[in-house]
Design a protein around this ligand. Structure first.
Ligand SMILES: Nc1ncnc2c1ncn2[C@@H]1O[C@H](COP(=O)(O)OP(=O)(O)OP(=O)(O)O)[C@@H](O)[C@H]1O
Ligand SMILES: [Mg+2]
Length: 366
């Protein structure tokens, strides 16, 4: 663990307090903190034998909010979603969906929700429309409304032209969009999406998020989403919960989370010929709150005074005969928030776990 453990504990408690809505100065709609709760989770626990996958997690999501669950592989995000959506039993604690206790009134809770699971699940041998129709029938959407809902949704996810196409001919991003449409055919009020953009290329990722924004404007929806992409979560979520080893370690609006990390700037610099104690020497510079060595001579230095630390850092490099290959100063990001609360880089966690890319379109393979 290379981040500053001195500053870790106190701020954690600060960040787990909700600060309510603030003007973020972005074009995101600000959710109403006084709205009713759409999802309430109280001291929820999931055990598999002796192993605790979700450990005493509590939070509440307001109607109309986009709520992000962030965490490394195995943190318990999917397990949380499965419990909230009635797919697996809760070991202890409670989850309520629009006021319905999922353990006592699972059917009432199910009627309120749409779920996009982590794995792609649309039937490849059916057409786009057939995939949607099956779900609409499954959810007892009356025939008249079915046609209207499917047409509207295909427009919203930009697949109208692909209505009669075989699903296997769609790209990964298009299949994700189809699944988003499928999860909405029965007009749910609360939408759960488990990593809808993992494995997609950057362009498809942006398209999926744009679709979600589009849909939210047309339908009154509360969204709970898990993602590994900090930039997405930062831009799109009203509030973010960071989960690690089954525990909730921080929960707040993105701005407040970033403000809870000591240091307001990040200096990213790459050095050549740096001595063994370079990390410590960077740490000793004025205003530095933490230093992470990212390998290949690359360091990420958090500071509360970007310009002063930068000047000192360059002077130190010159005095020590170390060359600076690159240097940039930015504001803190959610990546820094993640490192601060978990002591690890999400990037590293993902590299360990995700050696895969989205499968090729089978229809296009030779
Ligand atoms: N059916 C099961 N039996 C035993 N352990 C399980 C089961 N399902 C999940 N786990 C364990 O619970 C932990 C949480 O898993 P979960 O799938 O919720 O993580 P996650 O945060 O969704 O991770 P990822 O980012 O990889 O999707 C993991 O350690 C996983 O191995
Ligand atoms: Mg998961």
């Amino acid at each position: 663990m290379t981040n500053d453990s001195k500053s870790n504990g106190g701020a954690k408690n600060e960040a787990t307090k909700s600060l309510g809505a603030s003007n973020r100065g972005t074009d995101k709609p600000v959710y109403d903190p006084n709205a009713r709760a759409a999802i309430e989770v109280e001291h929820i626990v999931k055990k598999y034998g002796e192993f605790t996958a979700v450990d005493d997690v509590s939070f509440s999501v307001k109607e109309g909010e986009i709520f992000g669950l962030l965490g490394p592989n195995g943190a318990g995000k999917s397990t949380l979603i499965r419990m909230m959506t009635t797919l697996i039993p809760i070991t202890s604690g409670k989850a309520r969906i629009a006021g319905h206790d999922v353990a006592k009134e699972p059917n009432a809770a199910r009627r309120m929700i749409g779920v996009i699971p982590q794995a792609l699940t649309s039937d490849l041998d059916l057409t786009v429309e057939e995939n949607l129709n099956i779900y609409a029938k499954l959810y007892d959407v009356p025939a008249k409304e079915r046609e209207k809902s499917i047409t509207e949704l295909l427009g919203l996810v930009d697949l109208a032209k692909w209505r009669d196409a075989q699903t296997k001919t769609l790209s990964g991003g298009m299949r994700r969009r189809l699944e988003i449409a499928r999860g909405l055919v029965h007009h749910p009020r609360i939408f759960f999406l488990d990593e809808p953009t993992t494995g997609l290329d950057p362009v498809s990722r942006v398209a999926v998020w744009e679709m979600l924004g589009n849909i939210k404007e047309h339908r009154k929806l509360t969204i709970l989403i898990t993602t590994h992409y900090m930039d997405e979560a930062d831009r799109l979520c009203d509030r973010i919960a960071i989960v690690d080893h089954g525990k909730l370690v921080a929960l707040d609006e993105p701005m407040a989370l970033k403000a809870s990390v000591p240091g307001s700037n990040v200096i990213e610099a790459q050095f050549e010929n740096s001595p063994d104690d370079w990390e410590q020497r960077l740490h000793d510079l004025e205003a530095v709150t933490s230093v992470q060595h990212e390998g290949a001579g690359m360091y990420r230095v958090l500071t509360s005074n970007g310009s002063r630390t930068t000047t000192q850092l360059v002077e130190l490099a010159v005095q020590s005969g170390v060359s600076v290959k690159s240097l940039s100063v930015q504001n803190t990001t959610l990546d820094d928030v993640f490192v601060h609360y978990t002591g690890r880089q999400l990037r590293d966690e993902l590299q360990k776990a995700y050696g895969f890319v989205m499968p090729q379109r089978p229809g296009l393979q030779p």
